[in-house]
Design a protein around this ligand. Structure first.
Ligand code: 0O2
Length: 269
């Protein structure tokens, strides 16, 4: 197989990875803009390297012509969550989407791998538009917590280093570390509500501040500058109190004032 052919085979997979990363990143932004907790913390994607594809073909005795049918993770997306509970929420979210179809699932949270690996895997079908028309491809989505990702990243590097011949003392250490990661995830889950409350408040505050300053800026363009500067001073005073309820009240009042300014400017024209 020539380089040229590899390029054209992998091209739709590259497009699919880029599209899905954008789509999931947008979901994060949409949650945050609506003051909602996002079960997705980060998303990354990659197309498997040619050398990794060749290695998998050899290991599984797959003829190269069957590559696209048999190798399900040529394109891969990794979704990182904060808490273990978020993983089910992400799976649910994906299962309700109309732009991807779940082919199969592997639950390595329930059935932890011998290595200690934990993660939730989905194989999906996804269609990309190419110059020769639509192409339906398979993709792997790995969903795991930040802690699981930390462990898997380190273990993956060590697997690469020892090329499948990991010394027992390293395997033992990794197994102990996997237990520690599992208990860390449990600990974090037990304070999940508190952490989520704190994060939601911080997001709400940042959205309120953005809205308020946007309103102030618009009012400044429309009317009495000295009055608007007084409103800005008042905002800074309220902001200093670090009291979210006061900020919300100020936001509501400012909305009413801004509406009045807008009505005045319309009738003035
Ligand atoms: P890469 O570099 O991430 O692409 P397999 O036969 O195990 O290779 P299979 O049966 O097709 O793969 O699917 P499985 O078990 O769901 O594993 C697919 C991917 O999950 C792997 O891809 C890894 O990314 C990850 N994974 C599975 N098991 C482990 C593990 O024990 N440790 C770590 N760190 N990751 C794991 P690739 O192709 O191995 O590698």
């Amino acid at each position: 197989m020539e380089i040229q052919l590899w390029r054209s085979i992998l091209c739709p997979y590259e497009l699919a990875v880029q599209e899905l990363v954008v789509k999931f990143q947008h979901l994060i932004a949409e949650h945050r803009e609506n003051d909602l907790y996002s079960p997705i913390e980060q998303v990354v994607g990659r197309v498997k390297s040619i050398s990794s594809i060749l290695e998998k073909l050899q290991r599984k005795h797959i003829p190269i012509e069957r590559m696209e049918e048999e190798i399900e993770d040529i394109a891969g997306i990794r979704i990182i969550c904060q808490f273990e509970e978020d993983i089910a929420a992400v799976v649910d979210l994906i299962s309700h989407r109309t732009d991807m179809e779940i082919k199969s699932e592997k639950n390595y949270l329930k059935h932890i791998k011998e290595s200690g690996y934990r993660s939730y895997h989905l194989i999906i079908y996804y269609t990309v538009q190419t110059i020769t028309g639509p192409k339906r491809i398979q993709m792997e989505i790995q969903i795991r917590t930040l802690a699981m990702n930390f462990w898997a990243t380190i273990e993956h590097s060590l697997q690469y280093k020892y090329k499948g011949d990991m010394p027992p003392h390293v395997t033992q250490r990794l197994s102990k570390a996997a237990d520690a990661i599992e208990s860390l995830d449990r600990e974090m889950s037990s304070v999940r509500n508190e952490i989520m409350d704190a994060q939601n408040s911080s997001q709400t505050q940042s959205n309120l501040v953005k809205d308020i300053l946007n309103n102030i800026e618009n009012m400044y363009k429309l009317s009495n500058k000295r009055e608007v500067m007084k409103i800005q001073d008042e905002f800074l005073r309220v902001f200093k109190t670090k009291d979210l309820q006061q900020l919300e009240r100020f936001h509501r009042q400012l909305d009413i004032i801004a509406e009045g300014y807008r009505a005045q400017s319309v009738s003035g024209h």
